[in-house]
Design a protein around this ligand. Structure first.
Ligand SMILES: NC(=O)c1ccc[n+]([C@@H]2O[C@H](COP(=O)([O-])OP(=O)(O)OC[C@H]3O[C@@H](n4cnc5c(N)ncnc54)[C@H](O)[C@@H]3O)[C@@H](O)[C@H]2O)c1
Length: 431
């Protein structure tokens, strides 16, 4: 388990300038974390090189690059080599992918479904080799595009790997969102064959892709070093966040976060690379709402606490406009002091406190905890003037922009392989 290391002092301004390059290893989506890093790189006149995970052909299911239409929609140049990772659709030697094995299963069978693990292992091996080959082709392309004597930051964005089988999303929804009669134990899920498959798949997409990235860019790294340039790597982790609870920045985490096991592996990979002299850093970033985090019920609750961190760090009134805009999402009768007391009470109740165990992270869910998250999530959504335009969208943007500033600055002189960006750092990084 990595030692908790919160970034208390903001890193010095990045040394990057025109001619330096930010390369995205993953695909850019609206509202995603990497938007912040891109914005900050543009602020430093850096060139941005974008990538894609590719698309699956509707008829054959084959992975393919983006077509002309999809490329035009993106609105920027892309190194068009599909970087989708994982093995859920990769056939075994007998032609069955893990997703094929799950075909036809009914939701009620999620806990008892059985997989042929030998075939799964074959799919995993072949999927890994296939991803590595595509990543190598991608790296060779990047090497041609990047000036050798400049500074390059490669941003790993990848996380995911939910097997694409019909049974999977409803089963995961039960685990991540179910409460009352619909509660499903994440521990039971994790021990089932479906859970074991998710574990392997998350490891492959969320963690092993970072290892592969380091490996396929080795030649470029060596080349650039000898020509006076440099390569640094950033990755997005999640391992809980410090938020302001009862006036003190305190670590807490969203649960159940089953991807957490893979995120710990990602930390290990970065730590090993850093020890080997590579500038690699995983930034454990706060909970925000993105395309990928919608599955986690109540993930916005810790994000609301940013309102109070912003207030605390607003010593010279420089955050007044942001705070006003953030609070303007709520109905006029929502009192700030009462709202603060409400959230403080939520995070300090015995139920939620039991789910704030750093050493036991990532923790499995429990019925009382899921119920409380669900109730609080619904109540606080009801505080909004327009539930379709929640404060959490605005707050997410503040978080990813601040994280972008912090990450680019740290990438110019990586001091540690794993940092936690808490709400204090987010609020301090806004200028
Ligand atoms: N949203 C949060 O609350 C949060 C918190 C901390 C860290 N993060 C991390 O930030 C990173 C970006 O996520 P985001 O929340 O901004 O959402 P996002 O949807 O914008 O980004 C997800 C990324 O994962 C990539 N991806 C998805 N499936 C993949 C696959 N099979 N193979 C290869 N790449 C795949 C996508 O291309 C995309 O770049 C992720 O690593 C995520 O775990 C998110």
């Amino acid at each position: 388990m990595t030692k908790f290391k919160p970034l208390r002092e903001l890193p010095a301004a990045p040394k990057f300038q025109k001619g330096d390059v930010l390369v995205i290893f993953g695909e850019l989506f609206g509202g995603g974390y990497v938007n912040g890093l891109i914005e900050e790189a543009k602020n430093h006149d850096m060139q941005i090189i974008y990538s894609t995970v590719g698309r699956r052909d509707a008829a054959t299911g084959e992975l393919r690059p983006l077509n002309t239409e999809e490329l035009a929609e993106k609105g920027h140049d892309i190194v068009n080599i599909p970087l989708e990772a994982g093995f859920d659709l990769t056939p075994s030697q007998s032609g069955n992918s893990p997703s094929d094995q799950l075909k036809g299963l009914k939701l009620k069978e999620w806990a008892t479904a059985k997989l042929d693990w030998e075939q799964v292992a074959q799919s995993q091996e072949s999927g890994h080799a296939d991803f590595k080959a595509r990543a190598q082709t991608w790296a060779d392309e990047i090497r041609k595009l990047v000036p050798r004597d400049k500074n390059v930051v490669i941003a790993h964005t990848m996380a995911g790997g939910v097997p694409r089988a019909k049974i999977m999303m409803p089963a995961m929804n039960r685990v991540f969102k179910g409460f009352g009669d619909r509660f499903a134990s994440s521990e039971e899920f994790w021990q089932s064959d479906l859970g074991r498959l998710c574990d392997k798949s998350f490891m492959e997409v969320t963690a092993e892709t970072f290892s592969v990235l380091l490996e396929v860019t080795k030649n470029m790294r060596d080349d650039m070093k000898s020509a006076g340039g440099s390569v640094a790597y950033t990755a997005y982790g999640y391992h809980g966040t410090e938020i302001l609870i009862d006036e003190k920045y305190t670590w807490q985490s969203f649960a159940p976060y089953l991807q957490g096991f893979a995120k710990m592996k990602l930390e290990e990979i970065a730590t090993q690379a850093f020890d080997d002299g590579i500038s690699a850093c995983v930034f454990n970033a706060p909970e925000i709402l993105t395309n990928s985090s919608g599955v986690f019920s109540g993930i916005e609750i810790p994000l609301y606490m940013l309102l109070f961190a912003l207030e605390k760090e607003n010593q010279e009134g420089h955050l007044d406009a942001i705070l006003e805009k953030a609070w303007s999402h709520f109905k006029a009768d929502i009192d700030k002091t009462e709202a603060k007391a409400y959230f403080n009470k939520f995070f300090t109740t015995d139920v939620i406190q039991q789910w704030s165990d750093y050493k036991g992270w990532p923790q499995h869910n429990g019925p009382a905890q899921m119920e409380m998250i669900k109730t609080t999530s619904a109540e606080t959504l009801g505080w909004h003037l327009n539930e379709k335009n929640p404060a959490s969208t605005f707050l997410s943007e503040i978080v990813f922009k601040s994280c972008g500033k912090i990450m680019l600055a740290e990438a110019s002189r990586v001091r540690a392989p794993v940092w936690w960006i808490g709400h204090d750092a987010v609020a301090k990084a806004i200028q």
